[in-house]
Ligand binder design. Structure first.
Ligand code: C2O
Ligand code: CU
Ligand code: CU
Length: 480
């Protein structure tokens, strides 16, 4: 697999980092200057467990303004949930009924979407469930899915990119009977870490304002500083032989091509929607915006190894892992992790086709919208597709542009039937809710729409490059 080179081309990167940010000669903007040891302990988001109220697990989340210190001596205005930047890791269990009280205090309307969750459309937190400033929205639903590392983020119409950029995102981890007993590292913050990766563009005064001009609306908003869990240049002190990282590409628009600096192999055990059937050993992992991967890294006592974005144009370190001199033993990774019920193409009642298109002249030349799906831009009043509950369908997604896009759809976890007519990669043989398509690629997805019908409330499908989504590269489907 090759990195998405043009996203990372030296020219683009240098352009996007034109205003060099240097703090007292220490902090490196791009990886090439990250030559010394990492400087900050990795932040581990708090866990938020539900509190039992008459059999319902209740969570309280407050979206608020915050002040964050990313660089010593600099204060940065941010948004967060129950904190200054980003939010806690919600822990939920399959089969439980949950209610989340989401209170908005950010001074403007926003929403909170449960990315990757299978739930009723009214509980989805998309553009049709706005939460006005000062109000509380309390979706309630029963968790009906396999153990997985999902996430939540703002989904306010035309403001998603800005709200996520400023910090309105976090993870949701689902557990089930299978994940309870599986022999994988599972001690939160010790050998099982959430790792929200993204990049932000900082100005020399430490601010990270969201300013998307024409260029950003076209290519996506790319930062000049990589962060993990909101920490700049972090390290983690590992105490176990195996370390499980639940990685989310939480960036607005950047594709990460991850690897370890010594090229040692690691093992992917889960994708967007839960465990792979069998572990996949690899040395490189491509993650587009919104995609997740859980990987397990083997450590030697005393070893220092870094998780990096590997690219000739843009190498940088996301996380330095420092293994203790004595490590607690970890069990071997099971040879089989789960069983996936593979959907069969012959069971599909229909094939729908979606063209993801970017016209370079469009926005720049003032000739209308640049990013479209099937030639259309998002209209909240228009239902694009109507699906029957219980049906299995094939959705064929074509990227008819020259740049990569990320297809995401709400409500379901899909399976990839093929990519450009060929079988998907081993680590794509999984339940997924987001898939990267390079320019010109075609994927066929298969999914079954179950449990929740609502003719009046649509689910979204869209490109998860958030600037593209906000520009209208989004459509709506209802399940009836
Ligand atoms: Cu992660 Cu419609 O979103
Ligand atoms: Cu989503
Ligand atoms: Cu896109």
């Amino acid at each position: 697999m090759t990195p998405l080179s043009f996203t990372f081309s030296r020219r683009n990167f240098l352009k996007s980092t034109g205003a060099a940010f240097v703090v007292a000669g220490s902090f490196p903007l791009a990886g090439r200057t990250q030559q010394n040891g990492a400087i900050n302990p990795l932040r581990i988001p708090a866990q938020l467990e539900g509190r039992d109220e008459g059999g319902v697990q209740v969570y309280d989340l407050t979206m608020r303004k915050g002040i964050s210190t990313f660089f010593e001596g600099y204060e940065t205005e941010t948004l967060g949930l129950n904190g200054d930047y980003l939010g806690p890791t919600l822990r939920m269990r399959d089969g439980e009924t949950v209610r989340i009280n989401v209170t908005n205090t950010i001074g403007e309307t926003s929403t909170l979407h449960w990315h990757g969750m299978h739930l009723p459309a009214k509980m989805d937190g998309g553009p049709h469930q706005p939460i006005r400033d000062g109000e509380t929205w309390s979706p309630e639903f029963t968790v009906k899915q396999k153990a997985a590392a999902l996430w939540y983020h703002s989904h306010q119409m035309e403001k998603t990119a800005e709200h996520v950029w400023r910090g309105l995102a976090g993870m949701v981890w689902i557990d089930d009977a299978e994940s309870d007993t599986i022999e994988l590292p599972k001690t939160y913050g010790t050998d099982d870490l959430p790792l929200v990766l993204h990049d932000r563009r900082f100005a020399s005064d430490g601010s990270m304002e969201y300013r998307a001009g024409m260029r950003e609306m076209m290519m996506g908003m790319i930062g000049n500083v990589p962060l993990a869990n909101g920490t700049v240049d972090p390290y983690f002190d590992a105490t176990t032989e195996k370390l499980r990282l639940r990685i989310l590409n939480g960036s607005n628009a950047t594709f990460y091509y991850l690897g370890l600096d010594n090229d040692q192999p690691f093992t992917q055990v889960a994708s967007d929607g839960g465990f792979l059937e069998t572990p996949v050993e690899m040395t490189r992992l491509l993650l587009g915006p919104a995609e997740r991967a859980e990987i397990v890294i083997d450590l030697e006592p005393g070893q220092v190894v870094s998780l990096r974005n590997i690219s000739n144009a843009l190498p940088f370190r996301f996380l330095e892992i420092r293994a203790a001199e004595t490590l607690t033993p970890s069990p071997a990774i099971p040879a089989r992790l789960t069983d996936i019920e593979w959907l069969k193409p012959e069971d599909a009642v229909v094939t729908r086709r979606f063209d993801m298109e970017t016209r370079m002249g469009g926005m720049m030349g003032g000739g209308g919208n640049a990013h479209t799906i099937n030639g259309k831009v998002m209209d909240m009043m228009r239902i694009d597709e109507t699906v029957k509950m219980g049906d299995t369908e094939i959705w064929e997604i074509r990227n008819v542009s020259g740049m990569p896009h990320v297809w995401h759809m709400h409500d379901v976890q899909f399976q990839i039937l093929d990519r450009n007519g060929k079988p998907p990669l081993a680590n794509e043989m999984a339940r997924k809710d987001a898939v990267t398509l390079r320019g010109g690629e075609v994927v066929r997805l298969i999914m079954r729409f179950e449990d929740y019908a609502d003719p009046d409330t649509p689910f979204m499908y869209h490109c998860h490059i958030l600037e593209h989504e906000d520009a209208g590269m989004m459509g709506q489907f209802v399940v009836v």
